[in-house]
Write a new protein. Structure first.
Lengths: 146, 783, 153
């Protein structure tokens, strides 16, 4: 599964970069995020409740930042497990670019899902993940808007 | 005979009385005192190493009694699930059967493979427990594609190139020579799509252990409870055969998928003794999709050599058959002895050579599904014949007629091992053309065109080998079981009759058909016959129901037992008439003797048998109860002609079947109503394969079609009214002259539909299923 | 939770879990096993019963939602020994083989015929039964049975 997109955030790349490293901000912006902590070695650990079609579950995941190049780019390695509901893993490439309105963030995700999610949620998963991403950036951008 | 209930009458079914009132007893309807519930924990990965399994959290769930992992079964001596037919490769080596533990221990090889199971007080608790089982997997590269499996990562240590076997049949040299001399060669690359059987009753099991008698009782959804019992006893080592009773009560459809011995009932019956309480399991539909054996999944190259005037000279077929992750119970025989042997079809093609490479992939095991090999063979032969006719600008009907084995050529030895006993293929073809209003086709096509639609017509003349099977022949070819059938006819004191059969009905209506046979032969009321099946505690070892064998083999066994009943009845009657038994006649329920004007009704002889006053007991034992084991001399060869007419809307790609005619030759028919019903059901599954159904795995080995929201089951509005009729050339080698009818519809129909669609579109091939999207894309490519 | 149900004319007060389905209560609590479970996504229709006179898939109705309701199952449509015309027609037309989908199919078909204003055509019967799967009959004889029963209902 692959997906790409871009969002423009009304803040400077450095501000965006910094905010993206803060667990409390991430928790606030990820729909259904119940816990978000950062371990000593810089790995984010989170618990997210999601519902994809008939599959509803609490996923426990880790997100590691790989090859950080502040405030321009990094890779995120994501791995999440939802017990009987399935699992997901993947790598996202994130790039920040200064534009007139602030920062243009582009991302490209390559990942796999498995378990029940893949069996009965495949058709729904793509629209779900798009909505989840949009919600994230709406909330994220909102921090800098009136 | 009684015209209303005897052989040949469309008697309404006995079993319906319970099914239409909700009184049927399917496995999940049975509950026993103290029963617990079971949920299987299944692999979310197509291929992974199991590093560890942690069951602590699951054990802590309220209501959970035990959590079992595969290693516990291994430690207890539970064996692998076996494949019961050893196919030999071209080089003489036996097939490779990788280890197949019922519950995975070290590796998982398909999504849905169970690696643990939870037994709990309630189903909810078992589910919660299953969710709490944690496993650490090391994910390995999955192999999914049939065509490329042999060049992909090796799944099983003992199977290089992911190959189970590389098999051949026929005369390669003669076939090559035929091609060398041919005027024309038609080549076709086709796939036979993976199907998921989907009996509406999901598989289920209820296992219990009685410590007092050391006896296990397993209720399960099996098409062949005796085979289940012997495999569990002899190969899986659950218990000695004598201490194991397997009961298949009412079973809600099988279509092959309930022949096999699966992990779940094995685990349930084994664990019932460990837990000391009965355990029940019923598959969720998603589990059925993941873990029932699937069907078909072939990739084939077929070449037909012809003379310029359409004489078929040689056929060469090379197939890759996907076996899934492991060899299921009878899987190895499906793309070989049930496939390659049918490549002559209805034709006198003199030289045929078939090769089948069976490969492993990280998908659910593939085994027999309605037709099992024969639909795949028919699809190859009938698609390539129709294509050849088009290439030679010949009428496809004429090309077939020119090559049919003529009625006077039987018995006919084909170049691919089988000897057909009888048939009249031209007669079925003529009847089918009449029913299809062949003469009116041009006008209908013109009307379609005027309406902006594309119309096409396709034929399929299938043959199948049924009445499976002569035991010594199949054993010599690698089968691990005989394929006879058992019957016991127990005449009651009052003259009513109880019949025990090794055949199993899961929709076929044996309680009716077999009762017709018995009532007809004994001249007793249909209502006086009670047919019992599906219980190893009540009937002799039998082989069950699949391969359209019930009437041809099971019915013949009953017929043989009836011969013995009548013979003994004559002996008893002879004493009453004071004559010898060769002077006694039996007809229409009466024993008679030329020297007496008082014939003895059957019931009177039954009474006399059990109240033994009139015959010397040192010569004749009391009682009237006889058994027979019938082993067929040959397969039976049902055959038929199918005609399909489709209309396609080029703007949407939607195909509508406007006419479907099926003319079958099943030999003698006991109950035409039931036989027609069997044809209808088979047609629906074949049309489903052609237009709708497809089991799809994504590149990672996830089953994308794991529910009824994604797997297109045929619904009422997807199917046409069928026009069904029959011709008859009675089977020459069984006592009833019957051939069997359960699979015909599914065997003959896909080729007819796809020949019609390719005709309408003017293309060589469209892959099955011909969904609107596929058809629309085909049209766009041509435009 | 406590749920009051009238099932096939008999009143029951049952104590069930909040997440119990109507199909669970019918099968497990009341022993009415004629209502079958064939899938887990409300597609197959084997569990169809009537709730307050209309067909519902009992696997998709919480027992609590049916509180105070009048439920009819396959076991309750005959009038004593006299079968419902739909039951008679299913047998007379060989509209069942394995029998597993039959109870749900009959319950759906009864509602389909009863809610039609005019006699149904074969095509309308096919469309109307889209919520019920049968794997045995190819629907051919089911359609005939429903048309046949319609004349006697």
């Amino acid at each position: 599964m692959e997906e790409s997109g871009e969002f423009v955030i009304p803040a400077s790349p450095q501000e965006v970069w910094d905010a993206l490293q803060k667990p409390d901000i991430l928790k606030e912006c990820i729909d259904g995020c119940e816990e978000m902590t950062i371990t000593d070695d810089g790995v984010f650990a989170c618990v997210v409740a999601i519902k994809v079609g008939p599959v509803k579950a609490r996923f426990t995941g880790t997100v590691s930042i790989v090859e950080p190049n502040p405030p321009h780019s990094y890779f995120l390695d994501v791995s999440a497990r939802g017990g009987g509901a399935g699992f997901g893993s993947g790598r996202a490439e994130v790039k920040l670019q200064e534009v007139a309105e602030g920062t243009c963030l582009t991302y490209h995700v390559k990942g796999t899902i498995g378990g029940k999610l893949a069996q009965i949620g495949t058709r729904l998963f793509q629209s779900f993940s798009r909505k989840m991403t949009r919600t994230f950036f709406d909330r994220f951008s909102h921090r800098w808007m009136g | 005979m009684n015209a209303e209930t005897g052989i040949g009458a469309s008697v309404l079914r006995k079993e319906d009385a319970r099914f239409i009132t909700g009184k049927g007893q399917y496995t999940d309807d049975i509950s026993v005192f103290g029963q617990t519930h079971c949920v299987f924990v299944r692999s979310p990965h197509a291929r992974a190493k199991i590093n560890s399994i942690n069951t602590d959290a699951a054990m802590a769930v309220d209501g959970v009694i035990r959590v079992f992992t595969g290693s516990e079964l291994v430690e207890d001596g539970i064996g692998d699930l076996p494949c019961g037919w050893v196919v030999t490769s071209k080089d003489g080596s036996p097939m490779i059967a990788p280890p197949h533990p019922p519950i995975a221990t070290a590796v998982v090889n398909y999504v849905g493979e169970p690696y643990a199971f939870v037994v709990a007080e309630t189903l909810q608790a078992a589910r919660d427990g299953a969710e709490a089982v944690e496993a650490d997997f090391e994910i390995l590269e999955a192999v999914v594609e049939t065509a490329t499996a042999s060049s992909s990562a090796q799944i099983h240590e003992n199977a290089p190139n992911n190959q189970a076997y590389d098999w051949e049949l026929g005369d390669k040299e003669a076939t090559d020579a035929a091609f060398a001399n041919a005027d024309h060669v038609t080549t076709l690359d086709i796939t036979n799509n993976r199907l998921i059987p989907n009996a509406i009753e999901p598989r289920a099991a209820l296992g219990s252990f009685d410590a007092a008698s050391s006896t296990y009782t397993l209720y399960t959804t099996s098409q062949n409870p005796h085979v289940e019992r012997v495999v569990l006893a002899l190969f899986v080592n659950v218990a000695p055969e004598a201490n194991l009773r397997v009961i298949s009560p009412d079973v809600g459809g099988g279509f092959g998928s309930k022949i096999f011995v699966y992990a779940e009932e094995t685990a349930v019956i084994w664990a019932s003794a460990k837990v000391g309480r009965p355990i029940k399991w019923r598959a969720d539909r998603t589990e059925s999709f993941l873990a029932d054996a699937h069907g078909r999944d072939h990739v084939t190259k077929a070449e037909l050599a012809l003379s310029s005037d359409g004489e078929m000279l040689g056929l060469r077929v090379k197939t890759i058959a996907n076996m899934g992750a492991y060899l299921s119970t009878f899987s190895s025989s499906v793309p070989t002895y049930l496939y390659g042997t049918l490549m002559a079809g209805q034709y006198k093609t003199p030289a045929i050579y078939v090769e089948t490479q069976a490969v492993f992939t990280n998908t659910a095991p593939v085994d027999a599904y309605r037709g099992a090999g024969r639909p795949e063979a028919t699809y190859v032969v009938e698609r390539v014949v129709e294509t050849a006719a088009r290439e030679l600008n010949m009428d496809p009907v004429e090309l077939r007629r020119k090559n049919f084995i003529p009625p006077d050529a039987f018995p006919y030895q084909t170049p691919v091992a089988l000897e057909y006993d009888t048939g009249n293929y031209g007669a079925s073809m003529s009847m089918a053309l009449d029913l299809a209003d062949s003469d009116g086709y041009a006008a209908r096509k013109a009307t379609s065109e005027a309406n902006g639609k594309l119309r096409g017509r396709g034929y399929s003349c299938y043959i199948e080998a049924c009445g499976i099977a002569p035991s010594q022949l199949v054993i010599s070819l690698g089968a691990g079981v005989g394929l006879f059938e058992s019957a016991e006819v127990r005449v009651d004191v009052s003259g009513s009759v109880t019949v025990m059969t090794g055949s199993h009905s899961h929709g076929q209506g044996h309680e009716t058909t077999f009762a017709q046979l018995v009532s007809d032969r004994l001249g007793i009321p249909f209502e006086s016959v009670n047919v019992i099946h599906g219980d190893t505690g009540r009937s002799d070892y039998g082989l069950g129901t699949y391969g359209s064998r019930s009437i041809a083999v099971g019915g013949s066994a009953i017929d043989r037992a009836l011969d013995k009943i009548i013979a003994k009845g004559k002996k008893i009657a002879a004493h009453m008439f004071e004559t010898t038994d060769d002077q006694v006649e039996f007809a229409e329920g009466q024993f008679s003797y030329a020297g007496s004007n008082e014939p003895k009704p059957f019931a009177e002889i039954a009474g006399a048998a059990y109240i033994p006053a009139v015959y010397p007991l040192d010569e004749l034992e009391p009682g009237l109860s006889e058994k027979a084991f019938y082993d067929p001399q040959n397969f039976t060869y049902p055959a038929g002609s199918y005609v399909c007419e489709v209309e396609i809307d080029p703007s949407t790609g939607v195909t509508e079947i406007q006419k479907f005619v099926a003319v079958d030759d099943f030999g003698n028919v006991i109950n035409p109503m039931i036989v027609e019903g069997q044809v209808h059901g088979g047609l629906a599954q074949g049309i489903g394969q052609a237009l709708l159904e497809h089991g799809i795995y994504d590149a990672d080995g996830n089953l994308s079609t794991g529910s009824y929201m994604d797997y297109a089951m045929p619904r009422a509005a997807d199917l046409p009214d069928f026009e069904v009729d029959m011709t008859s050339t009675p089977c020459t080698h069984n006592p009833l002259g019957v051939k069997g009818c359960g699979e015909a519809g599914a065997i003959g129909s896909p080729a007819a539909v796809m020949n019609a669609i390719t005709d309408a579109l003017g293309v060589k091939d469209v892959p099955m299923p011909a969904t609107p999207h596929t058809v629309w894309e085909t049209i766009q490519q041509g435009a | 939770m406590k749920v009051d149900l009238t099932v096939n004319g008999s009143q029951h007060a049952v104590d069930v879990a909040d997440n119990a389905l109507l199909s669970d209560v019918l099968r497990e609590t009341l022993g009415l096993t004629g209502t079958h479970i064939g899938c887990d996504t409300s597609q197959c229709g084997a569990c169809t019963v009537h709730l307050n006179g209309r067909s519902v898939k009992a696997c998709t109705v919480l027992a609590g939602q049916a509180d105070g309701g009048d439920v009819t199952t396959i076991e309750g449509i005959a009038n004593g020994d006299e079968l419902h015309p739909m039951q008679v027609a299913f047998r007379a037309n060989h509209a069942l083989q394995c029998g597993f989908c039959t109870p749900g199919m009959i319950m759906s078909a009864i509602d389909l015929v009863q809610s039609a204003n005019e006699p149904l055509s074969a095509e309308e019967v096919r469309e109307g039964l889209e919520g019920n799967f049968c794997r045995c009959t190819g629907y051919h004889n089911i359609v005939r049975a429903v048309l046949d029963a319609q004349a006697n209902m």
